[in-house]
Write a protein that binds this ligand. Structure first.
Ligand code: PMP
Length: 292
């Protein structure tokens, strides 16, 4: 692209492009009343370090260095409300697949987002014919760029079939894993259930936040095996992810869920308050971003 600074160009021959070998995070910066703040920054950066370790990616960053880099990038953007994506990638364009042979560096991309705290639109989802990667073929706890080809496949197919998103199954167990870019929750008889991490599930940070907020509200929670039929039989279903927060599901294939969603709505309200620094977890969950 014309005019792009050199450090923001990625050679198309680089290992990260050719083989999908980069790890990344998606973090939200919110316009909190006390000033712009990154939500659960350390949890995201720890997952970035874990992703790199799982893939054997060599790099020179510890948690402190990552924190400084991302805070500086967020502050330098001049934005209040944004999606912040640090990526550990390699620009090197040599042949080979041994990641130890490549030098990985950190870049952070930032997208402005509207400071909008209205609840997201409920989605219609389908069970995808495309499963998540098997736990025996990939370190599924790693958030790696290459695995998003699987999400793209499932999401594109779902859109072609008229759905907003797809729920994907664990290929070995046949159980519900997650959606293409989010974790899945169901509510049955007032109890909250999300697929356990024994299946091919990313350990979502929003998932963890929602489990904590549910505990605060006195809602019974469990991480358990979930079958597609459990989702169909649920009273409420919702998705969780950093980009969109807590998103209600209007229907799954032929099943339409009731339009009244007491648990989803209560948790959605608690989540939208928490990201702005309102609630008991405020000191540890928000990292202020000061202007340069
Ligand atoms: N699963 C997948 C496949 C994802 O891409 C995401 C988004 N990072 C999630 C779950 C939700 O994770 P988080 O709540 O940490 O954004």
């Amino acid at each position: 692209m014309d005019g792009l600074p050199r450090e923001r160009e990625l050679p198309f021959g680089s290992n990260s492009v050719q083989h999908g070998t980069a790890v990344f995070e998606g973090i939200r910066m919110y316009a909190a009343p006390a000033g712009p703040a990154l939500f659960r920054l350390d949890a995201h950066l720890q997952r970035l370090l874990d992703s790199a370790a799982l893939l054997g990616i060599p790099h020179a960053y510890d948690l402190d260095a990552l924190r400084r880099h991302v805070r500086d990038a967020a502050a330098g953007s001049g934005l209040d409300s944004a999606y912040v994506r640090p990526v550990l990638y390699t620009r090197e364009a040599r042949l080979g697949v041994n990641l130890q042979d490549f030098r990985f560096t950190l870049g952070t991309e930032i997208w402005a987002l509207p400071a909008d705290d209205t609840p997201p639109r409920p989605l219609r989802v389908t069970v995808s014919p495309w499963c998540r990667p098997s736990r025996s073929s990939f370190a599924v706890r790693a958030k790696a760029t290459g695995t998003y080809v699987v999400s793209a496949l499932a999401r594109t197919r779902a859109a072609a079939d008229g759905f907003d998103d797809a729920v994907q199954l664990d290929p070995d167990s046949g159980r519900v894993a997650e959606s293409t870019i989010a974790n899945v929750f169901l509510v049955r008889d007032g109890r909250l259930v999300t697929p356990w991490l024994e299946d091919s599930v990313l350990a979502g940070i929003t998932r963890d936040t929602v489990l904590t907020l549910a505990g605060d509200l006195g809602i019974e929670t469990s991480e358990a095996p979930v079958l597609p039929g459990d989702l169909l039989a649920a009273d409420e279903v919702f998705l969780t992810g950093t980009a969109s927060g807590l998103v209600p599901v209007a229907g799954l294939d032929t099943r339409t869920y009731p339009a009244v969603r007491p648990v989803t709505d209560a948790l959605g309200r608690a989540y939208r308050r928490a990201v702005l620094g309102d609630g008991p977890h405020r000191p540890s969950w928000l990292t202020p971003v000061s202007r340069p």
